[in-house]
Design a protein around this ligand. Structure first.
Ligand code: SF4
Ligand code: SF4
Length: 345
């Protein structure tokens, strides 16, 4: 049973301030940073317009902690499959800077791990698959994963497993996970506004006696399921997608045995993910910050805390997707265990 440390969002006194608690949480964990280690601090720095992502002050505290341990930190993420403002390293670095992440605010470099266009990768063989993982992450000695726990249109919710499985992969690794989630189109709802012809980043939506998806071109990125205001695009089955996210997580973490730690932020818990420029208002009050050396335990504990506070699975209620599948699949793959002991600071 893994330990999961928890700091409540309730801060009645200055000693309880959340930014101060980052160091206290990290000190509780098994140390993974040795002197001289190159440490990848993986987080989602937010789509342009998103305001739910992890606040820069928390990330800076992690950077400072890694430096105190003698590590050489860099902040990192990868380019996206959908359009938006993070599809290549140049756009991403501009967006990151607007969102508060740059060399001067963070005190360390920001490196987009899969390169300028998302093609810098190492191919990792796992469970009979070959998965493209971002090269700069594979070259690091240590991985510190900071995850904003929130709803997700394809995975039900996104926490550490989603952040590592999808977020540490190159474009080819992302395509491998997404190719099983190609959407369907409900003609009965369509008002033929043709906006989808513009917002599909892979030019996979065509007008031919109505709106049609060209499945040869579609990458399953999911942009249309979020952007069509009539809700015409929908997903059939996302179990295989979640299984693949878990396999990709294993591909990444096999490289960091005993050298990874995880922090989950249960703050600003929005219905949609940080890739979304309109994440909507939080669906539940802030809960706190969790820390663990076990990726499965920390996601399970995060999910349990939110369900317990809400009295129901609010992510299933919104997305009609059972997000627990990714946790179950990750546990089956031996990445971690879902039984945990919650230890409050
Ligand atoms: S954006 Fe939606 S409503 Fe508009 S044409 Fe495309 S599918 Fe139809
Ligand atoms: S059709 Fe939808 S899921 Fe497929 S590539 Fe275009 S936006 Fe992405």
């Amino acid at each position: 049973m893994a330990d999961v440390y928890f700091k409540s969002a309730h801060t009645p006194y200055i000693k309880d301030a959340l930014h101060i608690s980052i160091k206290k949480l990290m000190e509780k964990l098994e140390n993974v940073v040795d002197k001289g280690d190159i440490v990848a601090i993986k987080l989602h720095m937010g789509e342009l317009g998103n305001i739910g992502y992890i606040r820069p002050i928390f990330v800076r505290k992690v950077v400072d902690f890694v430096k105190e341990k003698g590590g050489k930190p860099f902040i990192t993420d990868t380019t996206t499959l959908y359009g938006g403002h993070r599809g290549n390293a140049i756009d991403y670095l501009y967006t990151a800077s607007i969102n508060g992440f740059n060399l001067s605010s963070m005190g360390c470099p920001i490196i987009i791990a899969d390169g300028l266009l998302g093609k810098d990768e190492e191919i990792v063989k796992v469970n009979g698959y070959e998965i493209g993982v971002a090269k700069a992450i594979m070259e690091a000695d240590c991985l510190v994963v900071l995850s904003h726990f929130k709803g997700h249109g394809m995975a039900g919710f996104g926490g550490a497993i989603k952040n590592v499985g999808m977020g540490c992969c190159s474009k080819s690794g992302k395509i491998w996970q997404h190719e099983v989630t190609k959407p369907l189109h409900d003609e009965s709802k369509c008002i033929l506004c043709k906006n989808c012809l513009i917002f599909c980043p892979w030019n996979a939506i065509e007008e031919n006696n109505g709106i049609k998806i060209n499945y040869e071109k579609c990458k399953g990125c999911g942009a249309c399921t979020v952007l069509c205001e009539q809700g015409c695009f929908y997903l059939n089955d996302v179990k295989e997608f979640q299984r693949r996210v878990a396999i990709a997580t294993k591909a990444v973490l096999n490289n960091f045995k005993g050298k990874a730690l995880f922090l989950n932020f249960l703050l600003d818990i929005t219905p949609r993910c940080d890739c979304c420029s309109f994440p909507d208002k939080p669906i539940i009050d802030d809960i706190g910050i969790l820390a663990s050396n076990d990726i499965v335990s920390i996601d399970k504990a995060s999910y349990d805390l939110i369900c317990s506070k809400a009295g129901r699975d609010i992510f299933y209620e919104i997305h009609k997707i059972d997000g627990k599948i990714q946790i179950e699949e990750a546990e089956k793959l031996g990445i971690g265990e879902s039984r945990y002991e919650l230890k409050e600071l």
